[in-house]
Design a protein around this ligand. Structure first.
Ligand code: ADP
Length: 409
């Protein structure tokens, strides 16, 4: 039993998968573009690949095989995983499907062709004069860089002046050397969509031979009205009617052609109905998966690995308890020095864990430039209300020490 794990980072999520594989007694071979990083849990066991040159990576993946299945973490990895799976005859989403899913533009084109409810959208070259672009967009609207994820660089604009400054800000963000290095054609565009008011939900699902199984529906109880869209609290089970949400996701995965493997969707709901924002061909990111437990303690990672091994997981259900996760926002920009109150927060009823991921000396940025959170809070309780309240109470106990930095920009 050997699985290929294609992952862009050797961070938290990859380690969680490595641990789950070890528990299952499955050999996991990592293919990543970050082999030089110190926290590579496999030492020199990883296969070095470049996601922007997937065809070049195939021979080394083949040489490392055979594999029983493939798992991809993050958005940039899915194409290589799909390409390899297609060639090796392993079940996984197809390359056209993951290509559409990972593009904010292509996916919306597919949704439009299928007649699905979604925001109006268009894209502009990042080098374009923003005042010219501003003439053809609706207000309020949302500007987003095609190249980024995790709400990074996503900004709401209510008028032409706001649009122009947001456009410039995103174009500046795209100048970041880390982003430029990727040389992705998509990275050259800024997408503009009509702003959809309403409540937002995240849906975690698993496709098996074209059939969607919903694993969890998260409420996002904090309003996400902009101008930035930093994620904070996710709570499951949902306290709202979910039929419409599930139906929208089911239509969306069909429109994209996603067929086998994890999917993660974002949906907004208002009195007009459920609007698809995006569907990614991957599991929920970061440490958020810790909020999910199935059949008496099975983690999402274990579930995904078992599915990739070909096991029938259709009967697995999320535990009856409510659970929540809070992605702890950066309270102010500067150099992270430490945090007080973690132990008190951890002792609160309902709080399962407090994980601080910020490192001493790390330069923290605020949204929309930020690419990370300071950490995660996890709760479990009898009801979603209690799970949410525990997160808010715990967050209120944390006191961050962040030094304002004067030298660097
Ligand atoms: P990313 O891939 O960076 O997460 P998304 O397209 O998912 O980008 O947008 C991030 C967040 O921005 C969404 O979760 C949502 O809160 C908000 N958002 C994005 N597009 C819209 C829209 N058209 N209307 C309202 N909110 C939006």
């Amino acid at each position: 039993m050997r699985l290929l794990l294609v992952a862009a980072t050797t961070g938290y999520q990859t380690r969680e998968f490595a641990q789950a594989a070890a528990r299952l007694g499955v050999e996991l071979v990592l293919a990543t573009d970050r082999c030089e990083h110190l926290d590579d849990p496999w030492g020199d066991g990883a296969i070095a690949v470049r996601f922007e040159a997937p065809h070049d990576a195939l021979p080394s993946l083949e040489a490392a095989g055979p594999f029983t299945g493939v798992v991809a973490l993050g958005d940039r990895t899915t194409f290589l995983a799909a390409l390899f799976a297609g060639q090796a005859g392993l079940p996984f989403h197809s390359t056209p499907a993951v290509e559409a899913a990972r593009s904010k533009f292509l996916s919306k084109e597919r949704f439009r062709a299928a007649g699905l409810r979604q925001p109006a959208f268009q894209r502009f070259p990042a080098g374009m004069a923003p005042d010219e672009a501003a003439r053809s967009v609706p207000f309020p609207c949302v500007l987003k860089p095609m190249a980024l994820s995790g709400s990074r660089g996503v900004i709401r604009a209510d008028d032409a002046a706001g649009f122009v400054s947001s456009f410039r800000r995103i174009a500046g963000l795209l100048e970041d050397p880390d982003i430029r290095r990727r040389k992705d054609e998509q990275d050259q565009f800024i997408q503009v969509e009509s702003f959809i008011p309403g409540r937002e939900f995240a849906i975690e699902g698993l496709m098996t031979n074209g059939r969607l199984k919903v694993l969890a529906i998260f409420d996002k109880p904090d309003p996400l009205d902009g101008p930035y869209f930093e994620e904070t609290i996710y709570v499951t089970p949902s306290r709202h009617r979910t039929e419409e949400i599930v139906a929208a996701v089911a239509r969306g995965v069909t429109a994209l052609g996603l067929s086998h493997g994890p999917v993660h969707a974002e949906v907004r709901v208002n009195s007009d109905g459920a609007y698809l924002l995006e569907i990614a061909a991957r599991p929920i990111g970061g440490l958020c998966a810790r909020a999910l437990r199935f059949n008496g303690g099975i983690s999402l990672e274990e579930l995904v690995l078992r599915h990739a091994l070909g096991e029938d997981v259709s009967a697995m259900e999320r535990e009856p308890a409510a659970s929540g996760v809070m992605m702890i926002p950066v309270p102010k920009a500067g150099v992270y020095r430490g945090v007080a109150g973690v132990e008190e927060a951890r002792r609160l009823p309902g709080i399962e864990d407090v994980v601080i991921s910020a490192k001493q000396g790390q330069l923290l940025k605020m949204f929309p430039e930020a690419s990370s959170y300071t950490g995660f809070l996890f709760s479990r309780a009898a009801t979603p209300e209690a799970a949410e309240a525990a997160l808010r109470e715990a967050h209120a106990l944390l006191r961050f020490d962040i030094a304002v930095e004067l030298m660097r920009k």
